[in-house]
Design a protein around this ligand. Structure first.
Ligand code: PLP
Length: 391
């Protein structure tokens, strides 16, 4: 094996593996979280126009000025957060590069980063790239007054994870894979810890527009004393149905952006100029389109959730994102990793085992993540096939 030791655990991603398996078997892919319809036509046209008009050379290192301005306007409009387009905004090659740049630029080797489990797999890889160590805190189940089981942070577990070596905590809400929107209490708990222990919050808010049932996004950066210690990351991928464009951004105070840039400029220097122009256009003018997306997605969530309940899964309600998690034990399956490997050939549906996004594989063993960011006919066909799992 030629791969360096610190990257050996990260040689492939579960999403790529499951998508490849879905393609090989002709399965309906409810595994990887990408939408199967295009973003707003005006944005697609803007990208083509940008290429035709010669916007094809390197943009400035921090990103195209009009995109930085559009991002700054968007966070002010949505959250009343002020970020100077010249210095507080850094355009990245997707949120993924933003996360890697934040960890590489802000966390010394040997220091610790707290991840909330289950976690998007790139977080653990970014921590490994930096030569840092991850400390993992699981979400725990809590039953609400109306009998709904939600995932929440356990204050004692989170506090116990902070050590003198802790440098940062990565928080993702709405949360992939569970579909949880962290409560105000959970966000305040994170903020308290960051203030008490002088930690940096790296917030992954790529699903900031994909919340259901009237919920709205509350950035941690907007909490008292948090703007100065928060690196807020988002992306066009999930906001505008362009996961293949890889246009993301960081908003943070200048000293934190400086640190992220120090890493980012040596990773990619910059991303694709015409796509940045198109995303700037979309942030400025496609606000009506943005309001329609969660409505349609909520319908898709309901369709898939109802189907999974009918099949016999124990479903955790999804409050946002592209995903819903379901416990397979009522169907007689205790190991979702095996189930997800067998399902494409056996019933013609691909999904992702949540244990692949966790250190404590036993804790998450029976949980399957299904993506509903698909056209209704695709979800219906997936649901029809899943009925074969019934015993
Ligand atoms: C999809 C996703 C990303 C990656 O976003 P890109 O802009 O495509 O790099 C990051 N974080 C989470 C939680 C995601 O689901």
């Amino acid at each position: 094996m030629r791969t360096v030791a610190r990257l050996q655990p990260f040689r492939s991603t579960i999403f790529a593996e499951m998508s490849a398996l879905a393609a090989r078997t002709g399965a309906v892919n409810l595994g990887q979280g990408f939408p199967d319809s295009d973003g707003p036509q005006g944005m697609l046209d803007a990208a083509q126009k940008a290429i035709a008009s010669g916007l094809n050379q390197y943009p400035p290192g921090d990103g195209l000025p009009e995109l930085r301005r559009a991002v700054s306007d968007q966070v002010r409009r949505e959250y009343s957060l002020e970020y100077d387009p010249d210095g507080d905004v850094l355009i990245t090659v997707g949120a993924s590069e933003g996360i890697a740049a934040a960890v590489l630029g802000l966390v010394e080797p040997g220091r610790e980063v707290i991840l909330i489990e289950p976690f998007y797999d790139s977080y653990a890889a970014a921590v490994a790239l930096a030569g840092a160590r991850r400390r993992v805190v699981p979400l725990v189940e809590q039953t609400t007054q109306d009998g709904v089981v939600r995932y929440v942070l356990d204050p004692d577990l989170l506090r116990a994870a902070v050590t003198p070596q802790t440098a940062a905590i990565i928080v993702n809400s709405p949360h992939n894979p569970t579909g949880t929107v962290l409560s105000a209490a959970d966000l305040n708990l994170v903020a308290d810890l960051c203030r008490e222990h002088d930690l940096i919050a790296i917030t992954d808010e790529v699903y900031e527009y994909l919340l259901f049932d009237g919920r709205v996004q509350h950035p941690i950066a907007a909490l008292p004393g948090m703007r100065e210690r928060t690196v807020r990351i988002s992306s066009a991928a999930k906001t505008f149905n362009v996961t293949g464009w890889k246009v993301g951004w960081i908003t943070a105070p200048r000293d934190l952006v400086d640190a992220c840039r120090a890493a980012k400029q040596w990773l990619t220097y910059t991303g694709a100029t015409p796509l940045q122009a198109a995303v700037a256009h979309a942030l400025d003018v496609e606000r009506e389109w943005l309001r329609t997306v969660p409505v349609a997605l909520q319908g898709a969530r309901d369709l898939l959730t109802t189907a999974l309940v009918e099949v016999g899964f124990d479903v955790h309600p999804s409050e946002g994102t592209y995903f819903v998690c379901a416990d397979a034990r009522p169907l007689g399956f205790t190991d979702a990793a095996t189930l997800c490997l067998e399902m494409p050939a056996a019933v013609g549906v691909a999904a992702v085992p949540v244990s692949a996004l966790a250190d404590d594989e036993d804790r998450w063993a029976p949980i399957v993540r299904f993506a509903f960011s698909k056209r209704p006919e695709v979800i219906r066909e997936g649901a029809r096939r899943l009925h074969a799992l019934r015993r």
